[in-house]
Design a protein around this ligand. Sequence first.
Ligand code: BEZ
Ligand code: FE
Length: 295
Amino acid sequence: MRNFDQNTITEAVLERIANTPDPRIHEISAALVRHLHNFVREVRPTQAEWEQGIAFLTATGHMCTDTRQEFILLSDTLGVSMLVDAINHDHQAAVTESTVLGPFYVEGPPELPSGADISGDLTGEPMFVTGSVTTADGTPLAGAIVDVWHSDEDGYYDVQHTGEEAGIVARARFRTDEAGRFRFWSIKPAAYPIPHDGPVGKMLEAQGRHPWRPAHVHFMIEAPGHDKLVTHVFENGDPYLDSDAVFGVKDSLIRDFARFDAGTAPDGRVMEQRWCHLDYDFQLNPASSGAARAA
Ligand code: BEZ
Ligand code: FE
C-alpha cells in the first residue's frame, strides 16, 4: 500500500489498525482516525497552522503539574467534560443532576462534625449550608459521605494559595445523620475566572470568550448502593449563570443564597453581621443506573 492521496489515506490507516486485538481500543482508534481526518479535510490547515496546533498541544502538556491539569481545562472549556458527564448520567427527573468535577477537588478532605465552621481564617459573608441526602423516592440516606469545597470571597481555592496562607480551608467531609441531614458553616464563595494564564486562556481570548464561572459550592456525595454524585449548587442571580466558561450550569442546581440580618441563626449561633443560608436536598441514583453507552 502506497501513493495515498487525501481521499485514500483514511481507508489505509483504518486497514492498518484493523487487527487491533482489544475491540474497544479498535472502536476508539478507528473513530479517532475517521473524525480527525474529516476534521483536517474540512479545515484544510496550512502547514504553518498544523505546526501551531502541535505547538498549542505541546504547551498544554508543559503547563500540567501535580496541581494544574491544563488538558482537563481544555476539555472543560470545549464542552467535552460536560458531554462525557451527560453521556454517563442519563438524567432521571427524580435525582439530583451532576456537573463537572473541576480541578480543585483534593482526595481525602478532613472529616468534621456536623455544624463545623470550615472557613478557617478567611474573611467574608458567613454562609450556613444545610441539606439532606435521600434516595430518589425521598428515603433518607444516613451515613452518606458529603465532600464540600468552594472558593473564597476573592474567588480562589485553598490549593491556589501559596506560602503563609496555604492550608486546608473551605473544604471538608461531613457524614449525614440518621435523618440523612448535614450542615456546616463557611463563607460565601465568589464567582471566579478559571486559571487562564496558560494555553487555554490564550484560546479563550482568541475565541473572544471570558474565563468566568458563576459562584458555586461543590459537592461530592457517596452512599453505599448508590452512584457517586459530583455536582455544584450555583447562586441564583449570578451574572455568569448563562455564560459559564465550562458549560456546567443546570437550572435544577441554582438556589437562592437567602440573606439574613444579624441575629440568631437556626442552629443557635449568634450572628453579628449579615449572613446567608444555602439549603439543598440531594437525591442519589441507585447504583449503576447511568448509561455509559448508547444501546
Ligand atoms: C471548578 O468549578 O472548580 C472548575 C471547573 C472547571 C474548570 C475550572 C474550575
Ligand atoms: Fe469551582
